[in-house]
Design a binder for this molecule. Structure first.
Ligand code: ATP
Ligand code: MG
Length: 434
């Protein structure tokens, strides 16, 4: 009996490499200057349609779905409710806040009858009128809603690959509170949520809570900045506590706002997330109010919290990738394991295929997601492609070792390469790793 097993994502994420419609490329496209995009295009994770606009191909989409699931789990744990709002917005809501004219990145489009629309760069203008239909009393607060949704922004420079898209997937969350005290409490909780998300995405050590300008409503907003030479921002990281300050506000700030230390180091970094106290900036223009215990009308107090999923993926590539090789953290790798069969030319072709095929079946049944390189290709090509794809665990079934029931196992994270028995290998991948 064939037992079909499904991966962690709830659908069949195992894959025969010979069936994968994308093929790794030897060369990066000439016009791709960003390391993240050059590597991901070569490895067949993404495809560029035009500057700042990319398709996510099967391998790349698996990574995005894993980032999405990590974010979803952490946000659901603090009670966030998931929804999905549209990208096509009526002009009127953007006029209500004044951002139809003031937001320079807003894409504006016209239909055949000259009606104007915006392509959503963010969703305060949509979510506030939406929740207004359901909020009337203090008893309806607090709550928070979030979505994974494509945003559109007229970014002038779109040379950073998937770090800065003109169309990009964002997690945006909006929280609604009775007063600033309640907002503060939730905001602090979200800081913990963000720490756990970036930790689980493998960039916890490189990502710093960063004080940034708060605009006209609060003294600060907070960014999560990942240190990488590809970053577009400069931050000053405190040598004592690791909290950073964004360069944009450094003139006003000489000591660390978290611990007071004056020891600091400048680094290039990319903003992977942002949390912001909106207070009543958007409740006021839409009249989002509630009745308090005394029956008086009060404005709802809001916070907003964003993470760019493509930007997180790009930052991970910038941190862990080299020109010709990637090394995914286990948590984001498109597959758990890369299985390579090297048949050679000798008499062992059939036994190599049989052993590799059996391993694939067994692991798949045990729920381990495997990318199985069953292609008729040279060993050098298989190794080079596996380096590009960057699955952290690689196992090779070869002509040389098959007669002794041995395999070659490489762990890209520790760099350790060893010859192990099939039994030892199964123990490694079916016990502690599923
Ligand atoms: P930046 O300062 O980098 O332009 P922002 O401050 O305008 O970003 P927000 O409006 O706070 O960004 O968006 C929330 C998150 O969405 C950001 O922290 C980032 O992770 C992501 N993001 C923003 N703009 C882009 C983009 N053009 N491409 C990909 N991700 C983006
Ligand atoms: Mg910013």
């Amino acid at each position: 009996m064939l037992i079909v097993s499904y991966g962690v994502l709830g659908y069949d994420d195992r894959m025969l490499q010979s069936q994968l419609f994308t093929k790794p490329r030897k060369e990066a496209p000439k016009d791709e200057v960003a390391k993240n995009a050059a590597l991901l295009v070569r490895a067949g994770f993404i495809d560029k349609l035009q500057a700042g606009v990319y398709s996510y191909l099967p391998l790349g989409l698996l990574v995005i779905k894993k980032i999405e699931q990590i974010i979803r789990e952490e946000i659901n744990a603090v009670g966030g409710q998931e929804l999905l709002m549209p990208a096509l917005h009526p002009k009127e809501v953007w006029q209500t806040t004044g951002r139809w004219d003031s937001l320079d990145v807003l894409y504006k489009i016209k239909d055949a009858s000259d009606r104007e629309f915006a392509l959503g760069p963010t969703h305060e203008e949509i979510v506030v009128p939406l929740v207004k239909q359901f909020v009337s009393s203090y008893k309806d607060l607090p709550f928070s809603v979030y979505q994974f949704q494509n945003k559109f922004r007229m970014e002038l420079r779109a040379k950073s690959g998937i770090l800065r898209g003109r169309e990009f997937l964002m997690k945006d969350l909006y929280s609604f509170h009775r007063d600033e005290e309640d907002l503060k409490q939730f905001y602090e909780k979200m800081k913990g949520v963000y720490v756990r998300i970036f930790e689980r995405c493998g960039i916890g050590a490189e990502t710093h809570l960063t004080f940034a300008s708060g605009g006209s409503f609060s003294q600060y907003s907070h960014e999560y900045q990942t240190v990488t030479p590809a970053g577009e921002d400069i931050i000053y990281v405190c040598g004592d506590c690791g909290v950073a300050i964004n360069d944009e506000i450094i003139a006003k700030q000489s000591a660390c706002p978290a611990c007071g230390s004056t020891k600091r180091k400048s680094e290039r970094s990319i903003e992977v997330g942002n949390i912001f106290e909106l207070k009543t900036k958007f409740s006021d223009p839409f009249g989002l109010t509630y009745k308090d215990e005394k029956g008086d009308d009060k404005p709802v107090v809001m916070g907003c919290y964003g993470i760019g999923l493509g930007r997180v993926m790009g930052a991970v590539v910038e941190v862990f990738g080299t020109e010709n090789a990637m090394r995914w953290p286990d948590s984001l790798s498109p597959h758990r394991l890369h299985l390579l069969e090297l048949t050679g030319k000798g008499s062992a072709v059939d036994s190599v295929r049989k052993v590799a095929g059996d391993i694939y079946q067994k692991l798949t049944k045990a729920g381990v997601s495997v990318l199985y390189d069953d292609r008729n290709a040279r060993a050098g090509e298989k190794f080079a492609d596996a380096d590009l794809i960057g699955i952290p665990h690689r196992v090779v079934v070869s002509e040389k070792l098959v007669a002794d029931n041995k395999l070659e196992y490489l762990n890209r994270v520790t760099g350790e390469k060893k010859i192990i028995s099939e039994i030892e290998f199964f123990r490694l991948f079916t016990n502690d790793m599923v």
